[in-house]
Write a protein that binds this ligand. Sequence first.
Ligand SMILES: Cc1cc2nc3c(=O)[nH]c(=O)nc-3n(C[C@H](O)[C@H](O)[C@H](O)COP(=O)(O)OP(=O)(O)OC[C@H]3O[C@@H](n4cnc5c(N)ncnc54)[C@H](O)[C@@H]3O)c2cc1C
Length: 387
Amino acid sequence: MSKTPIAADVVIVGGGLMGASAAFFLRQRGKSVVLLERGLVGQQASGVNFGNVRRQGRFLPQLPLAHRARDIWGRLPSLIGEDAEFLPTGHVRVVHTEAQLASIEKYAADAKGWGLDLEIIGPAQLRKRFPFFGPDLVGGSYSPTDGHANPRLAAPAFGRAAGRLGAQVIENCEVLAVEKDGADFRVSAKDGTVVHAPAALICSGAWGGAMSAAFDEPVPIRPNGPTMAVTEPVPYGIVPVVGVSSPVDHEVVYFRQVKRGNIVFGGGRRNPAHLDGRRAQVTPQFTLAQLHELRRVAPALGKLHVLRTWSGVEGYMADDIPIMGPSARASGLYYAFGFCGHGFQLGPGVGDVMAELIATGSTTTPIEPFHIRRFAAAPAKAAAALA
Ligand SMILES: Cc1cc2nc3c(=O)[nH]c(=O)nc-3n(C[C@H](O)[C@H](O)[C@H](O)COP(=O)(O)OP(=O)(O)OC[C@H]3O[C@@H](n4cnc5c(N)ncnc54)[C@H](O)[C@@H]3O)c2cc1C
């Protein structure tokens, strides 16, 4: 089916939180935008994640971007007309051992220099302030201004707001090729849609690697599915988001309670995820292991019925940090994908920064550590890291 080609300043591939927020902020900067999404906006990782709006525990050079994102989360109602149920409830990171307490104490000292103030709390105070914790925790660190939001709402809200500002958001539109066509990009979709634009932004999440490889920039990205579940509702009493910090993978569980009473939890081992099928199925044993770990942290949680489990397809880079910035090979091409299980909090900041980069040629927030060129020097070594 041939359609009249569309011309725009920027074409965005992928309508997760990154693509949808980038469309919004590009329109705010006066750029014409077409966003092409294979399914529905926010249907993949951005819509099924845990909803953690957490800064503590991040790679320190990522904190400036996380701060920019946190500022936007707090301004959503005035910015896009909806709050996506963002609540700055605080976030507590708890530990099981003295060695891990020393590790989060060091993180708190280092994070201060990056503009994040964390409070270290000893075991007695921890249980006094948060009575749902069990007796075996050794301590924790508290970030008062982090919180959580509803992932089902955030990306669609940005997509609608971008549309109101004049972006063309085209759903059910699978991009088959992104090619250089003279000075422009030509982006062709399965339904016959063709977009010409001098700038193309790849925000296709776990599927981003195939698109960068087409421009001779392969990256070591692997799909995986975090294990998620939600319990029956109980009276609201767990205000902060809670996460365990541990070097032992299966101990790293996290949970939050929504105002309606249900407790959402996740963490531990990740499931296989399928790029072609666009699905990740939960392994029941992983949920059972999560319940065991949750009981160690908050014993009462072990008594609750689990209503539903799910997973989602997320792209993990070999070095556990995303790809963000311009292509090293094609001028006008930009990437923001592979957010390694921690992109929801960053999302609005990523859209804002990518819009700034495309509109002005530079960013006021440093994103150099995320440049795709870090894999150019040793692609074979990076690929081996995934084997
Ligand atoms: C279960 C789970 C729990 C998580 N928990 C958290 C959390 O608590 N906190 C946190 O910060 N992060 C969390 N994350 C990570 C976070 O959800 C992601 O990092 C983030 O949503 C990535 O956004 P994105 O826009 O890059 O990708 P996505 O949301 O995956 O969007 C990419 C979009 O590109 C589209 N697309 C792909 N190929 C094409 C194509 N050829 N044509 C058109 N469209 C295409 C897809 O359909 C998809 O909608 C979690 C992730 C999962 C899966």
